[in-house]
Design a protein around this ligand. Structure first.
Ligand code: TYM
Length: 343
């Protein structure tokens, strides 16, 4: 891989199956950037333990996430796919950055506030209410470390990660000002279509892997019958006219999903469904999603019976990532005043 190419780094959490939100807002676009960039695609298992988890599930989800990445078109021959905990440096840099981050900046993060609220009010287990761990607060600092450790030029993400990226840019600037020019200031890269896919049951919330209501989220690996059931049952409104408008968030979300999967504009889709009902749109959208996910699911099933291949992808990915990370970490330690280790 040429050193001349700009670098992208981006990641997803292995907290469950990937959703069509992850696919349309992020992974589908990553695949289109593979030739023009030196790519680092992480599976952030250290982030995944900021919420309640079981070790066996985490291990299984991490390997499944690699297979889902490849099945979605991330070619491991042209990119580096790695697991965050396999690379030394992420948590070290996170500590240095944490010592430069005022507490208030973290407490103001929307995702922290939302997750805290969710854990406090929605937890089925009353003993878990109020037990917010400090990892959840420091989460965006670890995310900033993921990005800065590779000196990434661009970070392709969905709209929900924009605030975290802003914090990362501030931290990079703060470090550069205090210790001299070290980090590239990373640019967020958001796709126009699909950057904000909402819950099918509550279109005011983003579609999320960890939604308690399984009908709110379409997973990449959902069975076609389940996909149809979820889309047909998506919450809309009681009117009959097909329009893309803020007054119809449920319908608008379905049109956005349609547009992101088909590559058509929302106007074209609205035009095509004039005079037809919501049921027609939902039914065609189900067909479209099922047909787009069919090859992904087929490839995923082939990959999951080849764990040795998946492990070799991770081994290679971690080796390349580690080399880059160590180089950067040495520079960071030196600039921030740590005594060099005698070799
Ligand atoms: P995660 O695992 O929640 O999501 C992975 C990617 O999918 C995007 N995404 C969405 N896009 C549109 N609509 C949605 N409903 C939707 N849900 C998720 C996310 O924006 C993301 O791009 N904090 C990150 C993981 C992370 C990271 C990083 C990302 C850790 N370190 C460094 C980039 C760079 C997260 O929780 O992603």
């Amino acid at each position: 891989m040429s050193d001349q190419k700009p670098v992208i780094l981006t990641c997803a959490q292995p907290t469950g199956g990937l959703t069509i939100g992850n696919y349309l807002g992020a992974i589908k676009n990553w695949a289109t950037m593979i030739d023009a960039y030196e790519c680092y695609f992480g599976i952030v298992d250290l982030h995944a333990i900021t919420i309640d988890y079981t070790p066996a599930e985490l291990r299984k989800n991490s390997l499944s996430c690699v297979a889902q990445y490849i099945a979605c078109g991330l070619d491991p021959k042209k990119s580096n796919i790695f697991i965050q905990s396999h690379v030394t440096g992420h948590t070290e840099l996170a500590w240095i950055l944490a010592c430069m981050t005022p507490l208030g900046e973290l407490q103001r993060m929307t995702q922290f506030k939302d997750k805290t609220k969710q854990l406090n009010h929605e937890s089925e287990d009353p003993t878990k209410r109020g037990s917010i761990n400090s990892g959840l607060l420091i989460y965006p600092v670890l995310m900033a470390a993921d990005i800065l450790l590779y000196n990434a030029d661009a970070v392709p993400v969905g709209a929900d990660q924009k605030q975290h990226l802003e914090l990362c840019r501030n931290l990079a600037q703060r470090f550069n000002q205090r210790f001299s020019e070290t980090f590239t200031i990373p640019e967020p890269y958001l796709s126009e279509q699909g950057k904000r896919i909402m819950s099918l049951q509550d279109p005011s919330k983003k579609m999320s892997k960890s939604d308690q209501n399984q009908n709110a989220t379409v997973f990449l690996l959902d069975d076609p019958k389940i996909i149809r059931k979820k889309i047909m049952g998506a919450v809309t409104d009681s009117s009959r006219t097909i329009e893309h408008s803020d007054d119809k968030p449920g319908l608008t979300n379905l049109i956005n999903i349609y547009a992101a999967f088909s590559g058509e504009s929302s106007e074209t889709i609205v035009g095509r469904f004039q005079g037809k009902g919501y049921g027609d749109l939902k039914s065609e959208l189900s067909d479209l999603i099922i047909s787009k996910l069919e090859p992904v699911q087929k490839r995923y099933n082939e990959l999951m019976v080849e764990p040795k291949y998946l492990e070799s992808v991770l081994k290679e990915g971690a080796e390349v990532a580690q080399k880059r990370a160590f180089k950067m970490l040495r520079k960071i330690y030196k600039k921030s005043g740590f005594q060099a280790r005698i070799q």
